[in-house]
Ligand binder design. Structure first.
Ligand SMILES: NC(=O)c1ccc[n+]([C@@H]2O[C@H](COP(=O)([O-])OP(=O)(O)OC[C@H]3O[C@@H](n4cnc5c(N)ncnc54)[C@H](OP(=O)(O)O)[C@@H]3O)[C@@H](O)[C@H]2O)c1
Length: 494
């Protein structure tokens, strides 16, 4: 291994370091560590070093020269000793800037926070010469990596300042500030026009709760670090675990509700007054409530009815558990029947149904045409019909890829054939959200079926989460959960 402190055999070692075990060149990557010399340990321990100058362009994923430094990424600060071993002391920090410059462009202010011996450009050039055993000219590119010690992150704003989190731009009315006496934060892996901020902020205004809901984007792999800081911030009351965070948050929570644990996904984190984090899954419950409404309007109930669930991913888990809890008879059909089997077994075990046989049955997509014929509701929870390559496919038939005209046609024809065998009394539902109804919902609507889209699920899971946090307080003001639902529904459709 090579570090900044080594001398000439540098190039040879680099070549070795950049190869995988099988001898192939490594893919470019961002660093997880930043190494310092033994004589810099004291300064690091006293948090006096907050920047480092590294040779080469290290602002992107790279292998040679070494790896890059990504803004907002948590890294380990380590000390490499003269004997190449690492000191036992190390600490965690977040990189908040990686700035590329030529040596000629470096000014004294750029060296702020770097080790004492590099306070002037002359000292820096001398140090580089000593470390690398070569002359450096003014056009040599270097990268100034700036970092903040994780211990110093005390509030949510520190995560924004260091770019570990950024404001989501796409949701309507997402406040791009944290200027509230308290707030809830939905965390998501990528920006998208989610309804959460508009729904929650409408409820805050309506019920005079002086708080804000701000959606922030971050890397789910850094969940532990993000929650560490959110835990310290008295203004943070909890919030959603959205796309990418649903399973990643679980190891960092103090308590997970049994159903959420079984589903393996948390979509809402509640911060107790004692600072403890509790995880809930309100997704499935939200869907079940929407479906219950549909059946109530038809004069029926969910208990004993047959649901054919198409898909067995994260959302499939939540929906299947919630419908099983309502006493529905369930058939899970998934592209990978092994996954459908695992989910069916999990639910049967959870509800102690294995002896009685089958609360939940399972199968592959080849069972769709036969199982839907006597269903009461058919629900797509797979990604068929969602934006991207599967957008034009119906969930009622297998989807062969690539998404060319022939494969899509084959899928739609088979789906139409299957649809024509389904009694018109069956409810057809799709939780996939998009600008247009999915092919499954559109063809069902055109054929005169009653349909249920994914919007009630979004609203109801939000209402449940809001009630978990503010229910007691609202009840003292005689405000009901139905009133919260009304406000959130209006906001979501605005
Ligand atoms: N309305 C709402 O509130 C709401 C909430 C959550 C999710 N959703 C939507 O629900 C959908 C599923 O989300 P998720 O989180 O459950 O995703 P996920 O965990 O990635 O699961 C994907 C599911 O789609 C199936 N699938 C993927 N590609 C397929 C293909 N080519 N052919 C057939 N099946 C395929 C997978 O089958 P395999 O197991 O065989 O791979 C799996 O069952 C997404 O569109 C999501 O946006 C909506």
């Amino acid at each position: 291994m090579v570090n900044c402190c080594e001398k000439p055999q540098f190039n040879k070692d680099y070549a070795e370091m950049n190869k995988t075990e099988s001898g192939e060149r490594k893919k470019p990557f961002f660093a997880n560590e930043l190494w310092f010399r033994e004589d810099e340990k004291n300064l690091l321990q006293n948090k006096l070093i907050t920047a480092s100058v590294r040779v080469g362009d290290r602002t992107a994923e790279t292998v040679d020269p070494k790896n890059g430094y990504k803004e907002g990424r948590f890294i380990r600060i380590k000390i490499q000793k003269e004997d190449k071993e690492f000191d036992l002391w190390q600490t965690s920090a977040v990189v908040y800037a990686a700035e590329k410059k030529t040596l000629g462009e470096i000014e004294p202010k750029d060296l702020a926070g770097t080790p004492l011996k590099t306070k002037t450009k002359t000292e820096l050039v001398e140090k580089l010469k000593r470390l690398y055993g070569k002359e450096f000219t003014d056009d040599e590119i270097v990268t100034i990596v700036r970092f903040e010690y994780e211990d110093n992150l005390k509030e949510t704003n520190d995560l924004i300042r260091t770019k570990a989190l950024t404001f989501a731009r796409e949701p309507k009315e997402n406040p791009e500030n944290l200027d509230f006496p308290s707030f809830t934060i939905p965390l998501v892996e990528h920006d998208y026009p989610a309804k959460t901020p508009i729904m929650w902020n409408a409820a805050y205004r309506e019920f005079h709760i002086d708080a804000g809901n701000i959606m922030l984007v971050g890397d789910p792999k850094q969940c532990g670090h993000i929650l560490n800081t959110l835990r310290k911030d008295p203004k943070y009351r909890g919030g959603g675990a959205g796309v990418g965070f649903k399973d990643e948050v679980i190891p960092f929570l103090d308590e997970v509700e049994p159903l959420a644990k079984e589903i393996g996904a948390v979509n809402f984190v509640l911060k107790n007054p004692d600072g403890k984090f509790r995880g809930f899954n309100t997704d499935g419950m939200g869907y079940a409530q929407g479906l219950e409404e549909v059946f109530k309007k038809k004069g029926g109930q969910l208990f004993g009815k047959k649901a054919v669930i198409l898909g067995a991913g994260g959302a499939g888990n939540a929906v299947a558990f919630a419908l099983a809890e309502k006493g529905m008879r369930i058939v899970i059909l998934n592209r990978s029947s092994e996954k459908a089997k695992n989910l069916a077994n999990k639910i049967n075990n959870y509800f102690n149904k294995q002896d009685a046989g089958e609360l939940v049955r399972f199968g592959g997509e080849d069972h769709i045409a036969t199982e839907v014929k006597d269903a009461d509701v058919i629900i797509n929870v797979s990604t068929k019909g969602s934006a991207g390559e599967l957008e034009k496919y119906s969930a009622l038939a297998p989807a062969s890829l690539p998404a060319n005209a022939e494969n899509i046609q084959k899928n739609l024809q088979l789906a139409a054939q299957t649809l024509s065998t389904i009694p018109r009394s069956v409810v057809i539902s799709d939780i996939v959200l998009g600008k247009e109804p999915t092919p499954l919902l559109q063809t069902a609507k055109d054929a005169g079926f009653e349909t249920l889209d994914g919007i009630p699920m979004v609203i109801n899971q939000g209402v449940e989460a809001f009630w978990l946090l503010y229910g007691k307080e609202l009840q003292t003001k005689n405000i009901t959960k139905e009133q919260v639902a009304e406000i959130m529904k209006r906001a979501a459709s605005s």
